[in-house]
Design a protein around this ligand. Structure first.
Ligand SMILES: Cc1cc2c(cc1C)N(C[C@H](O)[C@H](O)[C@H](O)COP(=O)(O)O)c1[nH]c(=O)[nH]c(=O)c1N2
Length: 214
């Protein structure tokens, strides 16, 4: 099956217009069939040895979101204190989550023991299962964008907060917490760039041929 030019362009449109969303969430519910499509897309990510080590814990209760938000607030204060001076002041102005505004939260986990101890492709680099779960995160993010749904990854959270509130067993690693919802608009530029925190590097600075070029 070949991808047509129009389909290619649609794919790149989705890819380049994907944003990390924190502030623009609308309360509009996400229909079940839409969420199902997004999770199916995530589930079709590549994985080492075809382990498919991920699970998705879907959060919709207001009370649970409130508790996770409290966890974020504590972690965010602790994080702000790690920066100094102007950087700290700037940090404190950034909105870094939309936990309560987003109709759906998803906690992505990784079962590192799924399919046994010795896994094809993970024999030399054991962390490959974690990377596989992150591939599912990216699929989820892009599929959501194709559905006009914004996603925000919130990593300023202690694992224990998610474990406690979502009953996630110690046997699973926590990869991330994602906020999902329809949005008023997708910004052209990442939030961190718009707010003067960090800009996009030139792609040419990241492409090297055979030997590292300074
Ligand atoms: C692993 C990981 C973890 C986080 C993020 C991303 C990733 C990949 N990002 C989003 C991040 O800031 C964002 O992707 C970049 O700023 C680039 O912007 P766009 O995603 O292109 O909009 C993110 N954003 C945020 O507001 N709070 C957070 O805790 C995190 N955590």
């Amino acid at each position: 099956m070949k991808v047509t030019e129009a389909e290619r362009d649609s794919f790149y449109k989705v890819l380049f217009s994907r944003r990390d969303v924190r502030r623009e969430f609308l309360p509009t519910p996400i229909p079940k069939e839409v969420l199902d499509r997004i999770l199916l897309a995530a589930h079709h990510a590549p994985s080492v040895g075809f382990m498919q080590p991920w699970d998705f814990v879907v959060v919709s209760s207001k009370e649970t979101k409130q508790k996770i938000k409290q966890g974020f607030q504590q972690a965010n204060q602790q994080s702000a204190d790690m920066f100094d001076g102007e950087r700290k002041e700037k940090y404190q102005t950034l909105k870094l989550e939309g936990i309560e505004e987003a109709p759906i939260g998803i906690c992505l986990t990784c079962d590192r023991s799924r399919t046994g101890d010795i896994v094809l492709g993970k024999t030399i680099k054991p962390e490959m299962d974690l990377y596989s779960a992150v591939c599912a995160a990216q699929n989820l993010w892009l599929a959501a964008r194709a559905e006009n749904i914004g996603v925000g990854w919130v990593s300023i959270l202690l694992d224990d907060v998610l474990r406690e509130n979502l009953a996630i067993p110690e046997s699973l690693d926590i990869i991330g917490y994602f906020c999902l919802g329809y949005v008023e608009a997708f910004q052209d530029t990442p939030d961190l760039e718009r707010h003067g925190w960090q800009s996009r590097r030139e792609v040419k600075n990241s492409i090297h041929f055979e030997k590292w070029q300074k």
